[in-house]
Design a protein around this ligand. Structure first.
Ligand SMILES: Cc1cc2nc3c(=O)[nH]c(=O)nc-3n(C[C@H](O)[C@H](O)[C@H](O)COP(=O)(O)O)c2cc1C
Length: 373
């Protein structure tokens, strides 16, 4: 069955991508991913300078017991996945390492979509030119699109990663700088760790972004072991904040998605966070995303998710078949169908006739005028 879709002007064989993360950190992984059937991949984020990761594990998985409230990263039988936690930096390979490989991947799979994720500093003009250098190098190797990493949650520098994504002006500037040289679509990957993601999305669209990808991981800490009193992930007793992904963030990321797609109903969105089945992905499509991206589920499935992509494709095919009477042929036919079902609480029906007015009038809350005094 034809599962293809067009997103930001690019034709995808299916709307499922591996997101920027370990599954896309090498040429061999990306080639395996395309062979397995992923419609697209976003490379592990590429920078100009080498990074050095922490000693020991960069990612761990938090699991929940079925018969108790225990949550722990300790390996044990029959516990269910709750989330991934990571403090991995961007690719430890430099742009020079990536460039020939991007070209080779594109040659081997010209009909699959290769998105280059890039990141640089943004504190001065020289650093902004680094964004352009990265963009041009990837574009020259025939990458199909660029994704700007404005969302890595564990950068020290105030002008990198999610620290850029928290600043609407910087989001706009970085996007504009890249758009000035890009001939291919530019997606901005935003951080969920802000008060109102619509503000930063507006900055990205003002800068010319063709799409928003959301979410990156949520800023978080590993839990403390009650026996040792040490964090479950630590080096010499120390930890930094890192990023939470996997099942736990699916509902959180959906709330961000709903905010975004309602604010910008005519724009393009790539949904990320907690997806491992078509039923999960369906939430993002119905709220208004044209593609979705997957990381944690793929990491746990032979590193690149061969079973995950098979199930996603089969799930979409089954869904389209089941909905044939509606005449739906592609995801586009149902993207955004439930976007407007998310409303203010006062719009939800009450059991009695008496109206609820969102706490504005005589319901025990202070009246709006009193609050502003
Ligand atoms: C170990 C690890 C490394 C990651 N590295 C990157 C990265 O380099 N660039 C990026 O944009 N996102 C990165 N991410 C975030 C993922 O692409 C994705 O946005 C996030 O994990 C949520 O999706 P999930 O719930 O399917 O895991 C990383 C995630 C993990 C777990």
């Amino acid at each position: 069955m034809d599962l293809s879709t067009t997103f930001t002007g690019l034709r995808f064989q299916n709307p499922f991508l591996l997101s920027s993360a370990p599954p896309t950190e090498s040429e061999s992984n990306i080639l395996r991913a395309f062979e397995a059937g992923w419609g697209g991949v976003v490379t592990k984020t590429i920078g100009l300078h080498p990074v050095v990761n922490v000693v020991g594990p960069k990612t761990k998985f938090l699991r929940a017991d079925a018969d108790s409230a225990r949550l722990s990263m300790k390996k044990r039988p029959s516990a269910a996945l709750h989330s991934s936690w990571n403090w991995e930096l961007i690719s430890d390979k430099t742009l020079d390492w990536w460039v020939p490989r991007l070209g080779r991947i594109k040659q081997a799979f010209p009909n699959h979509i290769l998105v280059a994720s890039i990141m640089a500093g943004s504190g001065n003009d020289t650093e902004l030119r680094h964004w352009q250098e990265l963009a041009l190098a990837c574009q020259n190797e025939k990458c199909d699109a660029l994704e700007l990493n404005l969302s890595c949650p564990h950068m020290d520098r105030p002008d990198m990663g999610s620290n850029v994504g928290k600043d609407k002006e910087l989001v706009s500037i970085v996007t504009k700088v890249v758009k000035d040289v890009a001939k291919i679509p530019v997606w901005a990957k935003l951080t969920p760790s802000t008060t109102d993601i619509v503000v930063e999305a507006r900055g990205a669209f003002l800068g010319g972004a063709d799409a928003i990808s959301s979410s990156n991981t949520f800023t978080s800490l590993p839990l403390i072991d009650p026996q040792t009193l040490e964090f479950e992930v630590q080096v010499d007793g120390l930890v930094s904040t890192g990023g939470l992904g996997g099942p736990a963030i699916l509902p959180l990321s959906l709330a961000k998605t709903s905010q975004l797609t309602q604010a910008f109903p005519d724009k393009s969105f790539s949904g990320i966070g907690g997806i491992s089945t078509f039923e999960h992905a369906l939430n993002y499509f119905l709220l208004g995303c044209g593609t979705v991206q997957i990381c944690t589920a793929a990491m746990l499935d032979h590193a690149i998710g061969p079973n995950v992509i098979r199930d996603l494709n089969q799930g979409l095919a089954r869904f389209l078949e089941a909905q044939a009477d509606k005449g739906w042929k592609t995801v586009d036919d149902f993207v955004g169908l439930r976007r407007d079902r998310v409303v203010a609480q006062s719009k939800i029906r009450r059991p009695t006739e008496k109206d609820y007015r969102g706490g504005y009038e005589t319901e025990g809350y202070a009246a709006a005028e009193e609050l502003t005094r």
